[in-house]
Design a protein around this ligand. Structure first.
Ligand SMILES: [Fe+2]
Ligand SMILES: [Fe+2]
Length: 196
């Protein structure tokens, strides 16, 4: 009879899923870097690729600390996020808009990883796997920093650049004052009929 799984089994399973996710990301990050126009954005993806390689090694250490075989298990979640990122890269956007979209795609992946590592750290701590918890926390911190770096680039000009390209005229004009805009907005015809 099959034994009922424990949190430890779920933890190992989640580690394998995350190990596979990281490996998928080492293939996706170079594509994001290549598609980026902003040199800072490209560098952010390249730096995170290096970190991701370190995260894979760190996960291997986690498996060892638990005396478990190093093994991955296909992560459907990150595969879907990567697939969406690929679709974005096939779109015909202007350069800054593409950069804004690449950031969005990258941040989806980072948030997915933050969720995964957050759970892993909490479970490792709860079960007293201190070494694993420390290693996983290091990666969680890196994922958070990568996410913040991407937010910084988006807010530091990429989003505004893309927004200005989307609405070039409105950018030049002053926002319509409440009173001044009133004349332009013709009153609905029906209203004049209702007057005496
Ligand atoms: Fe990662
Ligand atoms: Fe990451």
């Amino acid at each position: 009879m099959a034994e009922t799984g424990t949190l430890h089994d779920a933890f190992i399973d989640e580690l394998r899923d995350t190990y596979d996710a990281e490996r998928q990301l080492t293939k996706a990050l170079p594509k994001l870097a290549k598609a980026a126009t902003s040199p800072e954005l490209r560098e952010a993806f390249e730096t995170h690729l290096e970190e991701t390689q370190g995260q894979i090694e760190r996960l291997e250490q986690v498996f060892e600390s638990l005396e478990e075989k190093v093994r991955g298990k296909h992560c459907d979640g990150i595969a879907g996020i990567i697939e969406e990122g690929k679709s974005i890269m096939e779109e015909d956007f202007d350069e800054t808009t593409m950069d804004a979209c690449l950031i969005a795609a990258g941040q989806r992946a980072e948030h997915y990883e933050m969720a995964a590592y957050g759970t892993l750290v909490a479970w490792a701590k709860a079960m007293g796997h201190t070494e694993a918890a420390d290693l996983l926390q290091e990666t969680l911190d890196e994922e958070k920093a990568a996410d913040e770096k991407l937010s910084g680039l988006a807010k530091g000009g990429i989003n505004q650049g893309a927004a200005d390209a989307a609405h070039p005229e409105e950018d030049e004009k002053e926002p319509a004052a409440v009173g001044a805009g009133a004349k332009k907005t013709a009153a609905p015809k029906a209203k004049s009929g209702s007057r005496r």
